[in-house]
Design a protein around this ligand. Structure first.
Ligand code: ADP
Ligand code: MG
Length: 249
């Protein structure tokens, strides 16, 4: 049994079948990549895992419990955090404030920045946030406003915002999309560091094969809403079905 078990999931948007009988099993403490051409249904699948979309049929089990019927914040509290395709950070707030929000959100189930219970509570949370920023090497930027930061730094901050919640499963939707090579390599190194330091499972959607092959233990290839192949990276390289799926791109 994997920490994440997706069984026979189907999702339609009107006449379009975005997901057809999707089965996926992600083992604990592994990095599982989901690849596939544009429009294959990768983001739709991720949205079904975090409660942003509800599958028409099928089941999604995380850590032995069904996520279906739960609200996104409840699924987040179960231990799933997500990194979006475009960094979702608060431009008017500082780096430090951005990192504290998810900590409060996980505890209270709501974004209430002034929800400290006491001065000690605030000190504890600030300390936790600083430790997190140190881990992603952003402590020196803690008082910076985020609007002017580079894409790489924004991604790093967003990663910190996820990790501070100590998720059991981290979902990443194209974490290096639009990044220059140097920022992409930094992101790969950061993700490698994270998996060495923490016991964490990652499910990563990624277009950049360099990123996929640097990180993944298993790869699922999705095409037209259906998993085509699932295997270890070596076996996916050059797989005829995979080449075929990408030919139309
Ligand atoms: P991917 O992430 O693999 O590129 P998506 O999951 O975003 O693919 O999309 C799968 C298919 O579903 C595409 O054809 C897309 O246009 C369609 N789709 C995605 N979200 C919606 C939506 N909210 N409403 C209608 N169609 C959608
Ligand atoms: Mg997508």
């Amino acid at each position: 049994m994997g920490i994440l078990e997706v069984k026979d999931v189907n999702k339609r948007f009107g006449g379009l079948k975005a997901l057809s009988d999707v089965n996926l099993s992600v083992k604990e403490n592994t990095v599982h990549a989901i690849i596939g051409p544009n429009g294959a249904g990768k983001s739709t699948l991720l949205n079904c895992l975090v409660g942003k979309l509800i599958p028409d049929t099928g089941s999604v089990m995380f850590d032995g419990q069904s996520v279906l019927g739960r609200k996104p914040y409840q699924i987040n509290q179960m231990g799933i955090s997500r990194v979006f395709q475009t960094p979702e950070i608060f431009g008017d707030l500082t780096v430090m404030e951005n990192v504290m929000i998810p900590l409060l959100a996980k505890r209270d189930g709501a974004f209430r920045l002034h929800a400290f219970e006491s001065v000690e509570d605030e000190t504890d949370l600030r300390h936790e946030a600083e430790t997190m920023l140190e881990e992603v090497k952003m402590l020196d930027k803690r008082n910076m406003h985020t609007a002017s930061m580079s894409r790489g730094d924004k991604r790093r901050l967003e990663m910190a915002m996820c990790l501070i919640q100590k998720p059991k499963l981290l979902l990443l939707d194209e974490p290096t999309a639009g990044m220059a090579r140097a920022d992409t390599n930094n992101t790969i190194d950061l993700l490698k560091e994270i998996r060495e330091k923490r016991s964490i499972t990652m499910c990563i959607i990624e277009h950049d094969m360099h990123v996929v092959f640097s990180l993944a233990d298993r790869i699922t290839v999705l095409a037209q809403g259906t998993p085509l192949v699932e295997d270890e990276p070596q076996k996916i390289k050059g797989h005829p079905k995979v080449k075929e799926a990408y030919l139309g791109e």
